[in-house]
Design a protein around this ligand. Sequence first.
Ligand code: PA5
Length: 410
Amino acid sequence: MKIDISGSGIAIENEKKLLEASAASYDELNSGTYEYTGWVSLPHSFDKELLEDIKSTANEISAKCTLCVVVGIGGSYLGAKAVIDALGGSAENRPKIEFAGYNMSASTLKKVMDRMDDEEVCLIVISKSGKTVESLLAYSILKDKLFERYGRDEAGKRIYVLTDEEKGELRAEAAQNQYKSFVVPSDIGGRYSVLSAVGLLPIAVAGHDVGKLLDGAADMALDKEWKDTLLHYAVSRVALLRDGKCVEVFEYFEDKLKYFGEWLKQLFGESEGKDGKGTYPACLCFSRDLHSIGQFLQQGSQIFHETMISIENSEYDFEIPEHAGYPYAGKTLEQINNCAEKGVILAHRKNGIPVITIEVPELNEYYLGKMIYFFEMSCAISALQLGVNPFDQPGVEMYKQEMQKLIREL
Ligand code: PA5
């Protein structure tokens, strides 16, 4: 994997103070004394027994069902969705994964329920707090459907709960009904939890190698050569924001990365966006968005910088037939896709747009683990340089309070 920060236009050698402060934050995050930093050492200190339990529970779920519905929102959903989608969905002979509880649209839930009718089903419900309305309501409706179909006893063997060790309604319910459960570690916040049971259980149910995901993340965490790259990325983002580039556009030429982009949006948006600060994270999927928002990038308000994630080796490729004519015939679709990618970088850089590039050899568990850790760590560092707490989200409470008032008035 190669990350080239030089296209950011920020001369790191002129950002000595910021670099020193970022290095201090890196050490602080690694010291184990900072609140909510359980994710920092997680990949290389993962409890072996717990990992085995996650894998064997995933196999048990896989043996019981053809469809596994995962209920959760925010950090209790996006990480698993990002990794499973990036890996092309479930592996052969493993249950399909459907997500629910990430909104309260009745038609979204109806679609999931209709799908459940034709499949053998298990339910995983994930909520660290155990009190998130979106997740709990979807869970209550889906659980009833399971009770109706399988009866309480059998349904109970198909429900898996991931929540806080002690607090919240879900923990009490899991204990009372003896549902198989996992603990969401108290020192890891939702958006940093994909490498805990929160992400690993659904990813393992889908048949992917969670050990390799952790290995990739551990290599990123421990290999000191990556430390500089991490710091330079964090420093560039902060310097670019200072220089008026208040939007970071994450972009890719691979549809499978759409939800990785959604995960990035949550990670950066919820970690940095507070006290009137932060870089707004946006995601674009090319070529589609080149024919819409691409115009804005090239010639609109220059308030953004770009981070291009490119995948070197695609899983499939097609030779372009003779009748497609010159200059396409005989080349492959991925070769042309690469030209589009390089063309965008050249055209945007000619226009003075800062473009950072991340080259990933292929989309597999190992490199996804590496990317996840790279972004988690650099996000926490850059948030600390802005003077905000990367691990809270006080603003999210505001809509909840207004919503609760309205619900009570119904
Ligand atoms: O990053 C976060 O902490 C949030 O996005 C949470 O993951 C999200 O609000 C869901 O919370 P919970 O897992 O408590 O249901």
